[in-house]
Design a protein around this ligand. Structure first.
Ligand SMILES: Cc1cc2nc3c(=O)[nH]c(=O)nc-3n(C[C@H](O)[C@H](O)[C@H](O)COP(=O)(O)OP(=O)(O)OC[C@H]3O[C@@H](n4cnc5c(N)ncnc54)[C@H](O)[C@@H]3O)c2cc1C
Length: 409
């Protein structure tokens, strides 16, 4: 920790005020480049690497300040637009993400296009200065609170399947967009199905070039794997955008709410591990040598994940580091589930008030998710095999055959 943390702390002491509204505080963070410090300065960031980002987050945590907006806009859309958008798009489309004014969702997966995402069938047909969009998306996390969506749709079915796709910043508040929540076994509806029926997107909202959407989408997926596998300094924050209703709330109140566990997103990290050990000690379970062994293994996995994230920062890091980090995160969730269930016993099946038990229950119910979203474990292994180990790609006619001529199921 060094100069960046000190500089950030100085800025926070002149700007953080728990009486500010969330929207005002986020605007200050965005104007100063602290909302997303790893973005380049021209895209509203500070051009820091990940260790600089850790320093900024540590300074915010030390001050007890509300963190930057959460969600897929910050995690995926902002870095994708910073990399592929025009200066005008950065100003108009990216900046409202940094100040939390707009929340985003990721309109990628379809009923017949998950792991094989390039098989997507949603279409965007040019009509003057606009495209008309039709199709169905599914598993759209946060679709019900999204102002905008990262939409990939087929603009040319006569090109091979990876080459006829374009990427759009898509307005979710329009006629022809029907968002229907899907309830999962956690009891919440994280994701949705989204039906798009003759909706419109201006041509000027295409990110990257026409037909180049697969490459842009791969940038989004890489940012997703990087952030899903990474360890970061946890900060209290809340959902951005016009629908969630947090922008006019008091920033200090949001910090307290998260600290009281009302809005927290559980993560199988070192804090979780410590609480689990404390509970096992309290319940007299630490005499069990098998449990002790598994707890130490879990600690080692958390630590390995931290070191993998650190290794990923090195310029010579393997290009597969994000994929490896994402695989490790799946394993962490699985192991956290097994350990929580062992320590909690029957209590693991009971819903409780915000507490460690509630957090563990959430992890148990949510644990299958990380091995699926952002590309399944099997797909991560395929990528590592093909792109890093140089194993042959799966054979097939897909590379050169027009999408319209490919067999469909
Ligand atoms: C909690 C959660 C949130 C999500 N949020 C979003 C979101 O916001 N936006 C979005 O667009 N999508 C989202 N998804 C969808 C996610 O990206 C897909 O579920 C994922 O890509 C897998 O696709 P699928 O479900 O169609 O499974 P399929 O692709 O049908 O796969 C079924 C099984 O076959 C295996 N398989 C498939 N192909 C291969 C292969 N070539 N080699 C080896 N094994 C293979 C898979 O690993 C899997 O086990 C989310 C999913 C979850 C669980």
């Amino acid at each position: 920790m060094g100069a960046i943390k000190d500089e950030t702390a100085k800025w926070i002491s002149g700007n953080w005020d728990s009486n500010l509204e969330v929207g005002e505080w986020w605007q200050r963070l965005a104007d100063a480049g602290y909302a997303h410090p790893t973005l380049p300065e021209v895209a509203g960031g500070r051009g820091y690497d990940r260790s600089g980002n850790t320093e900024v987050r540590t300074a915010l945590a030390d001050a007890g300040a509300l963190g930057p907006p959460t969600g897929l806009g910050m995690m995926l859309a902002a870095p994708t637009i910073a990399k592929n958008g025009s200066p005008e798009q950065i100003e108009r489309i990216l900046k409202p993400i940094l100040s939390g004014k707009q929340a985003w969702c990721q309109l990628f997966s379809e009923p017949n296009a998950g792991s094989d995402l390039a098989s997507l069938a949603s279409s965007a047909i040019r009509d003057g200065d606009e495209f008309i969009v039709n199709g169905q998306k599914v598993w759209t996390s946060g679709g019900q609170i999204a102002d905008m969506g990262m939409l990939i749709a087929r603009t040319d079915p006569d090109k091979p399947k990876h080459r006829g796709i374009s990427y759009f910043a898509f307005d979710m508040h329009q006629k022809g967009v029907d968002v229907r929540p899907l309830t999962e076994m956690t009891g919440r509806a994280i994701f949705n199905e989204v039906f798009i029926d003759d909706a419109r997107v201006p041509a000027e909202d295409m990110i990257g070039e026409d037909g180049n959407g697969w490459r842009v989408a791969n940038d989004t997926l890489m940012f997703e794997r990087l952030s899903l596998g990474a360890n970061s300094v946890p900060l209290p924050s809340c959902t951005p955008g016009s629908i969630a209703g947090n922008l006019s709330r008091s920033a200090g109140e949001m910090v307290n709410r998260v600290h009281s566990g009302e809005d927290g997103v559980p993560s199988p990290n070192l804090t979780f591990w410590k609480q689990l050990v404390q509970l096992a000690e309290k319940q007299g379970q630490m005499q069990d040598p098998v449990l002790r062994d598994r707890l130490v293994n879990f600690w080692a996995l958390v630590e390995l994940n931290r070191l993998t994230a650190l290794r990923g920062r090195h310029p010579d890091a393997s290009p597969a580091t994000p994929n490896i980090g994402k695989l490790m995160m799946s394993e962490l969730f699985r192991e956290a589930r097994e350990l929580s269930a062992t320590v909690l016993g029957m209590d693991a099946t009971l819903r409780s008030e915000p507490s460690f038990q509630a957090m563990a229950q959430e992890i148990i119910m949510f644990s299958p998710g990380p091995a699926i979203y952002g590309g399944t474990d099997q797909v991560q292994r395929n990528i590592i095999g093909e792109r890093v180990l140089g194993l042959p790609r799966e054979p097939g006619p897909e590379k050169d055959t027009p999408f319209s001529a490919l067999p469909k199921n």
